[in-house]
Design a protein around this ligand. Structure first.
Ligand SMILES: [Mn+2]
Length: 438
């Protein structure tokens, strides 16, 4: 399961056409990610820039893609040349010749010579589209422009328009192709396996990081080399810390364990959350609150279809949460008032979901012309309501304190509704207890 070369070429063609459609002489420049130091001379595992990967499928640092519709070679890549000694130390490189053949670009040269090439490529260009948030690239392009500006007598003309490329790529990446959806189904499938394994493994006295290690092992055994983001294994009150990644506590009998973990497969993210009892059996009060969150998730999921939007899903989830929390006495008052003042928001401070793709919190706008962006087939998002009641929360009976529950699935908007890619991860109380008994 892979994105074929033709699809990467098609994406570059689309960008070339958009550049031409500006009616100006315009180029786009996209940089690869750089290695990040972890400690002294060791680095974090390399993760490619998502936009660069989306356009190239190329997984090396120190590379630059230039799209120049007016140039003799409209698609140009600059990358690390083959170097026997460097490759012996640091790893294999694709190299110049193979880059042309395997990545399907029109022209490739060494990244060491990129400045000279950029002088030629940017001379006489009116607009440069690039990622404004990439400081190193911005700096590099401005240095090229500065040089062009100093030599008008040689006929050089520096670009005058510097435009952020990110919105174009965000729009492209938002609607997933059939190939992307297949890769994402695989990321989802592997993510489900990780959660299933965690449920089998968890028991009192084991540690949160040991549960995380089980999940990562399962990911690797199914071809996902890394998690898509730092795995969250929060037992007891740790579940109330939304981005808890310490994962250092020992699991206690009687607590719930919240796991938010997803595999990265071929660059695409899975992002599942499940909450289950460490000892395999929900206490009655835990089950009751769990079912409130589950009902909210199901209510939100039921609204998903083309033309609807995330606000509609949130409204449905909010109603279910208000109803459920009122029934349990966690909220008190009239349903209508509580709903109107969004009283449930005290227990769920985060959003209901987010776009999902190459980035776990994927690119793409959530509103359009001041309105929520309507769903279209091929959009992928998470639906993840939660309830969190940390210790000391005033106005809530003490039996609820120290409990955090979130349930998250990954869905594709289809022509008629939605497809839940992560439905196989045990989710109802009965499914979870059954699974954990095995
Ligand atoms: Mn998420």
């Amino acid at each position: 399961m892979m994105i074929p070369l033709s699809e990467f070429q098609q994406r570059r063609q689309q960008l070339l056409q958009q550049l031409e459609a500006t009616g100006t002489k315009a180029v786009a420049v996209v940089a690869a990610a750089q290695l990040q130091t972890r400690s002294r001379d060791t680095e974090y595992p390399f993760r490619q820039d998502s936009d660069f990967y989306y356009l190239t499928g190329f997984n090396e640092p120190n590379a630059l893609l230039v799209l120049a519709p007016h140039a003799e070679h409209p698609v140009q890549l600059f990358c690390q040349p083959n170097d026997a000694l460097a490759e012996t130390w640091q790893g294999r490189r694709l190299g110049i010749e193979r880059a042309v053949a395997e990545l399907g670009v029109d022209y490739c040269a060494s990244i060491d010579d990129v400045h000279t090439h950029l002088i030629k490529l940017l001379d006489g260009v009116e607009r440069v589209y690039h990622h404004h948030q990439h400081d190193a690239l911005t700096h590099q392009l401005h240095a090229v422009a500065a040089e062009l500006r100093t030599a008008p007598k040689r006929g050089f003309q520096a670009p005058v328009g510097w435009i952020d490329l990110q919105p174009w790529l965000a729009d492209m990446r938002m609607i997933k192709s059939a190939n992307e959806l297949n890769v994402m189904r695989e990321a989802a499938r592997i993510s489900v396996l990780g959660h299933q394994r965690a449920m089998r493994f968890a028991q009192p006295n084991r540690y949160e990081y040991q549960v995380a290690a089980e999940i990562h092992h399962e990911f690797a055994m199914h071809g996902a080399l890394a998690p898509a983001y730092n795995t969250i294994c929060g037992s007891g009150e740790n579940a109330c810390i939304l981005h808890y990644t310490d994962n250092c506590a020992q699991l206690q009998d009687g607590e719930l364990l919240l796991i938010d973990a997803g595999a990265e497969y071929q660059g695409y993210a899975g992002d599942i959350t499940r909450t289950f009892p460490v000892n395999g059996r929900f206490a009655p009060y835990q089950r009751d609150l769990y079912n409130v969150v589950l009902a909210a998730q199901e209510a939100a999921l039921a609204t998903l279809k083309p033309g609807s939007d995330i606000q509609t899903a949130l409204l449905a989830a909010g109603k279910a949460l208000t109803e459920g929390l009122l029934e349990l006495g966690i909220l008190q008052g009239s349903y209508a008032d509580l709903l109107a003042e969004q009283a449930y928001r005290r227990f769920m401070i985060h959003g209901l979901g987010h776009w999902l793709g190459l980035d776990v919190h994927d690119v793409g706008t959530y509103s359009q012309a001041g309105k929520n962006r309507p769903f279209e087939p091929g959009m992928v998002l998470t639906i993840e309501p939660g309830v969190y009641i940390p210790h000391g929360m005033t106005g809530v009976a003490e039996q609820w304190h120290g409990i955090g529950i979130r349930i998250e699935d990954n869905v594709i908007i289809t022509a008629s509704g939605y497809e839940n890619m992560t439905a196989a991860a045990p989710k109802t109380v009965a499914e979870i207890e059954q699974w954990m008994k095995q």
